[in-house]
Design a protein around this ligand. Structure first.
Ligand code: HEC
Ligand code: HEC
Length: 411
């Protein structure tokens, strides 16, 4: 069904911003590679020199050895060879490491003609190369209610992949109607996110799955229960034996579901077409909205391929969001719950703004009902700015251009 193809490199999945990448004020789209060029060059020279010195030394030793004829077949030549090899390998690996930032500096210097290199946002890949058998298996599992204790809830109950990859509720209801702790994020494009969950407590899509399975307000079950049910299903048994050469087990289930989620990309938004050089793809007002988005500092946090999803930031940097909102709960502590580190209190994964026009309500607490409301809260609490009605409207118009093509092939 879904055999679209191109590969997603790990650099796309893990953008270069580290978890601790701080708020960079108005350093819009600052390149992380700008600093270390001189250091890198120096490092490179030193490592070349070290490697050369190693080589010439070994060469000299070898000729000395040869002139000292007759210690043949001893360990010495082997050791020398190994030493020379190790010196080269070390030199090469240092070079490769130091070469990376240099490469991106060079790329910045020879920016693409349409200026794409200088934009803080990059387009989503148009297609993605995945094993279509795993995608199909993952799709079935994602929609399978037997993944919950009383067979009433599937992943798709809260993450409707025919709509927006989430639902439209402030907090979703899981098994027995129990309400979740925070607003449900979309699973669309989640394969590009540097961590999963609002507080980033899961590293990968595979790791993420253990939580909804166990969570009492989601599926309230465990792996033995699930495996018991699915191992009795001959279609799953056949699929697992042909794809994984195993019986139905949790590792394959996670792999298939995560692969399905990675297939849920929303390419070809008008904004991506604009980034790829189609200047007609946006109206003048939308372009003005994008300019305001960058100029006012939104893109210092919302950037990269997801327009977010690559760093943690505090909610309420400039003004105290939680004091103004009131009734603080544990789930407002954000990243602090995952790390226990005081300075992570109230920090959240900066969410992706891809398809944001379709994923209301907004924020981890689902408190903003409309995009207008979310944007003005952001301007006030993250940037200390009151936007005029026109500015607000332009930014929202720009955000609406981030809606891409819905993932296809959902039964
Ligand atoms: C009862 C509703 C519900 C069910 C069922 C559910 N989820 Fe979620 N999902 C949520 C909520 C709420 C969050 C946010 C939790 C948090 O960040 O602490 C979430 C977060 C996620 C995320 C992280 C997205 C991001 O951007 O951080 C992924 C991926 C995900 N769910 C996939 C799944 C999968 C796969 C299943 C089935 C195994 C599933 N969910 C079942 C409600 C649900
Ligand atoms: C200092 C970093 C930072 C800046 C600057 C920033 N944001 Fe955010 N943004 C965040 C974080 C963190 C969240 C998640 C907050 C939460 O829900 O707890 C967020 C959430 C959002 C959301 C809600 C998304 C969703 O799915 O719930 C929107 C919309 C948004 N930001 C737009 C903007 C706009 C527009 C600007 C500029 C006016 C902006 N942001 C500036 C960090 C930032």
């Amino acid at each position: 069904m879904n055999d679209e193809s191109i590969s997603v490199t790990s650099s796309l999945i893990h953008p270069s911003h580290s978890a601790s990448a701080g708020f960079t004020g108005n350093a819009v789209g600052a390149s992380p590679s700008a600093i270390p060029r001189a250091a890198v060059l120096r490092f490179r020279c030193i490592s070349i020199r070290a490697a050369m010195r190693g080589l010439s030394l070994t060469a000299r030793l070898i000729s000395w050895r040869q002139s000292m004829h007759r210690i043949k077949r001893s360990l010495v030549p082997t050791l020398l060879f190994l030493a020379a090899f190790a010196a080269m390998a070390l030199g090469l690996s240092v070079l490769r490491k130091s070469g990376r930032p240099t490469g991106s500096v060079e790329a910045n210097e020879t920016a693409e003609p349409d200026g794409l290199e200088r934009e803080p946002i990059s387009p989503l890949p148009r297609t993605i190369e995945l094993d279509s058998r795993k995608v199909e298996l993952g799709r079935r599992l994602f929609h399978d209610k037997r993944l919950s204790a009383d067979n009433s809830v599937s992943c798709a109950t809260c993450h409707n992949v025919r709509e927006n990859g989430a639902d439209i509720k402030v907090r979703s209801a899981g098994m027995g109607g129990a309400l979740g702790d925070v607003n449900t994020p979309t699973v669309f494009n989640s394969g590009f996110s540097f961590r999963q969950f609002w507080d980033g407590r899961a590293e990968t899509l595979e790791d993420q799955i253990d939580e909804p399975i166990r969570h009492p307000a989601e599926m309230a079950t465990d792996w033995p229960q699930i495996l018991n049910k699915l191992q009795a299903d001959s279609e799953y048994v056949a699929a697992f034996s042909s794809i994984y050469a195993t019986k139905v087990e949790s590792r394959g289930i996670k792999d298939a579901i995560a692969t399905f989620e990675r297939s849920l990309i929303t390419p070809n938004s008008r904004f991506d077409r604009y980034l790829r050089g189609d200047s007609q793809a946006l109206t003048a007002e939308e372009k003005e909205g994008y300019r305001l988005f960058k100029e006012s500092g939104c893109s210092s946090c919302h950037q990269g391929v997801l327009v977010g999803g690559n760093m943690f930031e505090k909610l309420g940097i400039v003004r105290d969001y939680f004091a103004d909102r009131g009734h603080i709960t544990k789930f407002d502590f954000g990243r602090f719950n995952a790390t226990g580190v005081e300075e992570n209190r109230f920090e959240f994964k900066v969410p992706s703004l891809r398809n944001v026009a379709r994923t209301a309500p907004y924020f981890h607490d689902g408190s903003a009902r409309s995009l207008d409301e979310a944007v003005s809260v952001m301007a006030r609490y993250q940037l200390g700015r009151e936007l005029t009605a026109t500015e607000l409207h332009r930014i929202v118009q720009f955000l609406e251009t981030l809606t891409g093509k819905s993932p296809e092939g959902v039964p």
